[in-house]
Design a protein around this ligand. Sequence first.
Ligand SMILES: CSC[C@H]1O[C@H](OP(=O)(O)O)[C@H](O)[C@@H]1O
Length: 382
Amino acid sequence: MTTVRDGGPGAGLREEAAPAGADGEGGRAFRTVQWIGDALGGRLRMIDQTLLPTRFIEIDCNDVESVWQAIKTLSVRGAPAIGVAAAYGAVIGARSRGTSDPATIREALREAAAHLRTSRPTAVNLFWALDRMEAAADSARRVAEVPLLDHLLAEAHAIADEDRAMCRAIGRHGADLLAAGDGVLTHCNAGGLATADYGTALALIFTAHEQGKAVHVFADETRPLLQGARLTAWELANRGIDVTLICDNMAAQVMKEGKVQVVVVGADRIAANGDAANKIGTYGVAVLAKAHGIPFYVAAPSSTFDLSLADGSGIPIEERDPREITEGFGRRTAPEGVGVYNPAFDVTPAALITGIVTERGLVRPVDAATIRAVLGTPQAAS
Ligand SMILES: CSC[C@H]1O[C@H](OP(=O)(O)O)[C@H](O)[C@@H]1O
């Protein structure tokens, strides 16, 4: 893994923090995850999100282990972004034996996919993307003799391109749920940094903004890893969108003060009945929204649905290192040896979700029948 581009200390919100080349939607574009080069000599480049907002650093991954580490340590995070990174990681694995022999390439890809599957358990996009890459390797037997590695890189590019398109479609379908002047509360980061680009929950806000509908965002800082403070506030400020950062325990107060009209969050895995896993604290926000009569929306692409699960009880919840809580601010904030519980996600029951915004439309009411009607044919995930 090598540092490629260092925006320098304090890059923070400065113009140079986001690369040149507007994405056409008024934002200063950046590519969360991208492939540089061809199938044989190329590499996976990603923003190291653990260093934001103060430093904008891109890292290149040239082997499967560095992709695994980047996912595990949250250099790259967010369900869709993890899926895209894993797809390119599978390409890196497929070429690792240095041969053009298809059988060896397929075996190397399966080995890489098996390893990448162990990086994080909750975001279904990781498994969905790896399943798709393995299917592409197998289906290549029947396609014209494009070199297999080129075929695999094309599949990974397709996953990334589809994610970009899905994010914008989510924005289009969801922006109508926001009215000019609304206070919108969000939790964690479901923006461009969590996807190939543009985001899911934040896509609604970005699109509304591009439509001239100004909203004010309350961003939960989202302990313990502060994706809301470090990433969501950074993305929104970079796009000139009004954002107020609050501690997670302030969400009830801003709702009680009438400052929040809508809540919109992302998701990491949605079961067939609409139960949705998302960053820890989301379930509490949903309960608060219900108590205050505020609509609570989840925004997610179809690749985040796991229709093999009847409900949310089967969603694996990642538990992370206790030091993220006891030493997360660069100093110890709890006594040595104290017990710590650090689930990274929780599951919001469908009954608390007003609607799920997908690239294919709005799922409302949130139930299995409506999900099937909006998404069409079910997909299994491993
Ligand atoms: C668009 S998915 C974003 C989703 O992923 C985050 O989790 P993590 O930062 O641990 O990967 C969080 O649950 C976000 O809502």
